[in-house]
Ligand binder design. Sequence first.
Ligand SMILES: *[C@@H]1O[C@H](CO)[C@@H](O)[C@H](O)[C@H]1NC(C)=O
Ligand SMILES: *[C@@H]1O[C@H](CO)[C@@H](O)[C@H](O)[C@H]1NC(C)=O
Length: 986
Amino acid sequence: MVALSKIALLAAAAHAAVIQRDAPAGPKIRQTGNGQNVVTWDQYSFYVNGGRVMIYSGEVHPFRNPVQDLHLDILQKIKALGFNAVSIYVHWGIVEYERGKFNWDGVFDLQPFFDAAKAAGLWVIARPGPYINAESAGGGLPGWGARVEGQWRNSNPNYTAAWQAYIDSVGKIIAKNQITKGGPVILAQPENEYSGFMEPDGSLNPNEDTEYERLLLEAFDNAGIEVPTVCNDAWIGGHFTSVDVYGYDNYPAGFNCQDPLSWPDPPDYFYASHKDVAPNTPNAILEFQGGSFDSWGGYGFEQCYKLIGPEMVRVYNKNTYASATHLLNIYMIYGGTNWGHLSNPGGYSSYDYAAAIAEDRTLREKYYELKLQANFLAVSPAYLTSAPVDVQRFPTAGSNITITELLDQVGGTQRFYIVRQTKPAETTDSAFSVDIETSIGKKTVPQLGSAQYVLPAHDSKIIVTDYPAGDVHVLYSTLEIMTWKVIDGRTVILLYANTGESGEIAIRTGTAYKVDVRRGKASTVTSKRTSMVLTLQVVVGHETVVALGEDILLYVVDRVNAYNFWVPDVNLKQELPVIIKGGYLLRTAAFSGNTLSLTGDTNRTTVFEIIAPKKAQAYTWNGARLDTSLTRHGTQEGRYRTRTPRVDIPDLARLKWKYIDSLPEVSGSYDDSKWVTADHTYTHNKIKPTTPVILYASDYGFHSGNILWRGHFTAAGGETTFNLTIQGGNAFAYSVWDGDEYLGSFRGAPAPSAHNGSYMLAGPWKPGSSHVITILQDHMGLEQNWFGGEENFKSFRGLSDYSFGGATPMLKHWKVTGNLGGEKFADWARGGYNEGGLYAVRKGFHLPGLDDSKWDSKSPLKGINGPGIEFYRTTFTLNVPNGVDYPMSIDFGSRTNKSLRVEIYVNGWQFGKYTDDIGPQTSFPVPQGILNYKGENTLALSLWSLEEGGAALATIDLVVRSEVEGGVGSVRNSPGPSYTARAGSY
Ligand SMILES: *[C@@H]1O[C@H](CO)[C@@H](O)[C@H](O)[C@H]1NC(C)=O
Ligand SMILES: *[C@@H]1O[C@H](CO)[C@@H](O)[C@H](O)[C@H]1NC(C)=O
């Protein structure tokens, strides 16, 4: 995902052309050049194992969830949407933190994710980069890249030599998980948003580097990747078309979380642009807006969710169906956490993304809206060969409606009419009627009752014609279809609309069915029969169930009730013809003999309705028998009482806290001889500093967390000020000392990534006296590198200039430290990014198992008296029973506008970075598996006060964010070492 989507949006809008009528064409099946024929495609859609499929996918980043046992939870939740795929990025900079040394171990192993995807029944679109963007540190590029000279993301041989080992390594992992090898991977994407380019002189270049693209495809090939390759152009710009199937990005709702109802108009039709650029391949949106990022000083994800909530899904996702989109990947479906300094400076610890599945793995309403749509498409195969044939704007005089008509190009009869407000931001409802084409001629709907429908603001509907639901021929339906199933020969169709709306379903049949309302008010159902068509009009309430003889059962429900229905198997083969109503989540359903075993999550007493074949004689929910009774329409109902036992949650504020000073560097006697000497006189960075030695952290192997600089000087005499130019990324801060004398701080603000500072020395320096200037700076993550050929990710962290006022001392030397060991980092299990350069962290004091009994006692609510750093530790135990899912977070309450920066370490894992004055994040979800739910936990906090008067936390709480019974089963704690004294640490 890219921050420049506004540009992309404009470009796409400029490109949007008038719709063109498709000459119906027979499918031309195409396959990759290497002979595999498991995943193929034609001009309409993909085929997997010979069957045509809509690829409805959600983006998930395994690297943003360091608990392997929780992948299955997320993936089952995605599967339950009716999706069939997930798309992943792999972050090169994490797994090759030291050049040439790959870390695919423990939480960085991709195999458990692939295995979980397979277990959940999802395919995988693998997107390993080398560049990913993803609002991540370096956009995926490694920190050591700062020392590889020249342009990145083009065919510069220095860069080629840098990425080849990585693509070989990750490519082989992907290759062995391909569908052709029995794994879940169906598509692979080299690079990402390779759409804007720079010349060597830094000027913009309209042309991509096709040699780079060729090298990447060759490297994929060499690694054994044989599934089709795809690209993700940042707009339909026709870049990287040498892949098998061209694809692109779209973020139509924008990112204006400040003004969340300011929806821009979507570009009308990608379809025409798609036909221009890639007429022989399916219309594929590799990233479609599923939320929004948020930045330091931003609005928070709950506010962003107002911009991209269920209404956005209703309006904009349906607009992509109007463009006959046949691969749709929602970015993000689950965002996760920028734990361990994984963010770029444009984001903070939470990567919640206001996605359908929240960072704490709970489900937002938008999840349920997506479920309605994905389920519908999964049972509507004619959509897969449909193309837009007509657009009716203002179909009814004065209305604000636009209707796109899609026609099945292969079957030639089925149509889909997508009805929406012409301007998505429209706040008034609009009335409309519509002329539809059916197999028995044109009809104007509504046919019964009122002359017009009302389309509410922020809504969109899909009307179908000549739609087969099993053996039932639906002539048209203005009620939306969620799903249908053929169960023991009876077709069950689930229809929905907003409460109070009326809609129609017309069935083409010669049978004189009796209209039998089995549930709901009979007066809400009106019907009309001709020799060929039975038309029903229903005023939609909570639930109306209508039986048409023994053949057809219609559920007409309002939207909120439709959310309750789950289809465990959306496969059209009808192998598991089961629909379940009820529950927070249905994970799995399977027959064992005559028992239908269901698993999932509930959060309250739930009445399940089970719509299943008669062969089902008994039912279980999470293994417990469910007693049921027969309903009037032949289904089963059973009540389940949810048990969510109370657990003891420690009051973190009242725990016994221990602390130490974590800035020994500013005590007179501190010895920094073990630090790296910053003595380079050449940098590969194209920004050349004025300093006598290079003071860029990445030149010395330090790429994240806090960085400390110490300059040793002999005074000339009369020095009065110290001036510097320092850079750390948006919202960074720093503090400066002369020996043990505090000179001052730059507390930071949301935007500035660099600062020019001037600080008064304590007094004029005496000639010949020795001085050490200590600078503690924040590092907000490596920048991304959006343009091909750009070197932005090398943006330095450190000093590009310094000077003294009054006199110029003699430099003895500069010392620097970040995390212990730099690229040869200390903690293989938690990765190179997890640690920063603070004394306590270099020593490993953030790890569990340290004997801190000799430390002094103090609470972080008492805090630190002046500027500096203190490091706090406490322990507590949790005992959460099996069979429940209670996501938790560490919350700091409301902000007090103090310049206080806090890093949170839970059992050694860096799981949050809090800035009290900049924000916005105050609540830090920590997953089970990082938190030990059955035993002891170590919580460590670094408090960095940039205030003369000191600073303290106002509150600290461990909060249970949600209580459901069910869950994914046992979640093992992520493996990571406990404290042992670190040899060579300083
Ligand atoms: C590649 O790296 C070398 C050595 O650092 C440098 O001299 C050369 O200019 C670089 N090439 C390019 C094209 O940037
Ligand atoms: C169309 O939108 C305008 C502006 O919001 C509104 O005044 C008008 O009533 C709408 N027309 C219909 C038929 O709903």
